[in-house]
Design a protein around this ligand. Structure first.
Ligand code: UDP
Length: 234
């Protein structure tokens, strides 16, 4: 496949057109940002870990009936994916309280939630990705009711599959963020599943093996990404 010009550069990835209209190439960078771009840095090797981990998990999810944008891994940083129209909602599933949820509701980080929760943020950097509910998303034409229903169904399914998988490598899935896209009249899982987008704690020590180490200046950032990569055994 021929790779053409760059069509988009985001905080952590570049996207290139290909000679096939409905396929793009995603290239993962080591650049890291947090707090809506206020904090910037580099996490050496992050692009490789996120690319390979995301592809591995998306293939697992496909096997379990979750449609994804994944097509083919080209090399350790680059992957061909379906060109989707991203639904401008960040979908967050939580199994334990942490981060913004803990702050908002005054619950200690690590508190078990009685049921997994789902929430949406409106994907809009200028507004700082504000929380949004279903009726607001409908009112703003961000998605249809059918799409929202399907996104919720798939997000909970992803949670079930990932919780079970991470348990086998002694990792607890605290929470994570998903993005979905429209592709040929279907909702498919897009973006990435990585330590940038998930909170992953060691089951025994509760050591954080994710981007919180960067956000909170906890040190051993590269080591945490590599530890997850090592446990995946890919
Ligand atoms: N998250 C993400 N991108 C964002 C915001 C959150 O990937 O722009 C992920 C984050 O890594 C965590 C989950 O979504 O796994 C919940 O994040 P939270 O709302 O607690 O936000 P934070 O505390 O990171 O501001």
């Amino acid at each position: 496949m021929e790779i053409k010009s760059m069509i988009y550069e985001g905080k952590a990835k570049k996207v290139f057109a290909t000679d096939q209209d409905d396929i793009v190439l995603v290239s993962y960078k080591d650049d890291a940002t947090a707090f809506n771009g206020e904090k910037k840095g580099t996490i050496l090797g992050k692009g490789v870990v996120n690319n390979r981990m995301s592809n591995f998990l998306m293939q697992k999810l496909e096997e379990q009936g979750v449609p994804t944008h994944y097509v083919e891994e080209c090399n350790e940083r680059d992957t061909l994916v379906k060109k989707v129209e991203i639904v401008p909602l960040e979908v967050i599933i939580r199994n334990k309280a942490c981060g913004s949820f803990s702050k908002r509701y005054g619950v200690a980080e690590g508190t078990e939630l009685s049921i997994p929760t789902i929430e949406f943020s409106y994907k809009n950097d200028d507004l700082g990705d504000p929380l949004i509910n279903d009726s607001h998303a409908l009112a703003l034409n961000l998605a249809t009711q059918e799409e929202i229903d399907e996104i919720k169904r798939l997000a909970y399914k992803v949670n079930d599959v990932l919780i079970a998988y991470f348990k086998t490598i002694e990792i607890e899935l605290v929470d994570f963020k998903l993005e979905f896209g429209r592709y040929q009249n279907q909702i498919v899982l897009a973006d990435e599943i990585s330590p940038d987008t998930c909170r992953l704690w060691d089951i025994h020590t509760h050591a954080r093996l994710d981007k919180d180490r960067f956000r909170r200046d906890m040190g051993d950032v590269e080591e945490a990404y590599l530890e997850v990569f090592k446990r995946l055994g890919i």
